[in-house]
Design a binder for this molecule. Sequence first.
Ligand code: GLN
Length: 280
Amino acid sequence: MPQDQETGSTFKMLLDDAAARLGSRLEADVLLAHLLACDRAWLYGHGTDACPPAVESSYMKLVERRVVGEPIAYVTGTREFYGRTFQVDRQVLIPRPETELLVELALELDPPTRARALDIGTGSGCIAITLCLDQPRWEVTAVDRSEAALQIARFNRDALGARSLELRHGNLFEPVSDRHFDLIVSNPPYVAAGDEHLAQGDVRFEPGMALVAGDDGLDIIRRIVAAAPDHLEPGGWLALEHGHDQAAPVRKLMESAGFDQVESHRDLAGIERVSLGRAR
Ligand code: GLN
């Protein structure tokens, strides 16, 4: 297509400019591909096309949000998790690769065929929806104390076809107070309140209630570990994600609460990131 320098920018000109501002060609591409609902290859094939002015101004707004530090997942409203695309916004934590380890370990467990599984603090729903879709015979329930988060989880459940997933509003075990499970999983808030990491990068934009858990970051984990035995069948599993330096204290909490077969597993970065224990 002939390019008309007089009437506007080509895609390539916009991308070059955005890449320079963002310090990343990849991010410039990802944002434009998101806006045009195309893939990156299409952009390369159409670099000399003129960009419609409305697209240009929308693109500039997205680039600006990213320039001031907003996570790319919030700017595009999506993040991949375990091979599926989840919708996210600032009401929920952005799904992370280390949480895929929690899912992988949970899927490898061998609970009864029609296992009842509970996800505490489901956020976007990424853990619960993945369990539901990859183990269709499990009966999965997910809870969150944030109604705004549950709306996102509901959207993802419906969009990804995890029809059997039951979503309930409330804090920790409150919405399932009289129920028992074969498996309880959670990626709870586990960052210490004063952690300097909260002032850096993506986490600045994420909901504090999904991140912070008291002075040592273990407040919520302590409550989950203490209450879980009352909600697990004998032989049922508890699997928790935790901070990079929390594996030993979490194992200790699980052992003191009477769990057997307590063990921690390393994520792709080699960090002990998920601990499991089995109810007696
Ligand atoms: N993994 C997140 C971080 O590094 C914390 C997530 C959480 O608290 N569950 O900030």
